[in-house]
Design a protein. Structure first.
Length: 112
């Protein structure tokens, strides 16, 4: 037997899965995590606690552009990956609840 929470999720996800995936809603899931990881890496690099990395960065000043591009790539990847993962998890949970609901209906029919 499904709980009220499960029934609410089935109703919610049956409406959501029909909508097209919007870019802005996708970015709100993974964007903060990606930005945090890149900012933490940049702060770590720019504080100079690792002297060898600091020397290489000062020797090749064009390396900062490559680092910024890599940071942007990391943010985009984490954002898209986490949104897709969240979508897949919800879809899997929805399918499992539908199977469980169908099994409950089949059991009820067998009893009658």
């Amino acid at each position: 037997m499904l709980t009220k929470e499960d029934e609410n999720f089935i109703q919610y996800w049956s409406n959501q899965r029909q909508r097209k995936k919007q870019f802005l809603s996708k970015t709100s899931i993974g964007l903060p995590l990606g930005v945090f990881i890149v900012l933490a890496t940049m702060v770590s690099l720019l504080t100079g606690w690792y002297q060898r990395a600091d020397m290489v960065l000062h020797e090749y000043s064009s390396l900062i552009i490559i680092i910024l591009l890599a940071g942007l790539g990391i943010v985009v990847f984490i954002t898209i990956f986490s949104a897709q993962h969240k979508w897949d998890q919800n879809e899997l949970h929805y399918q499992e609840l539908l199977r469980k609901k169908q099994q409950d209906v089949n059991l009820q029919q067998e009893k009658n």
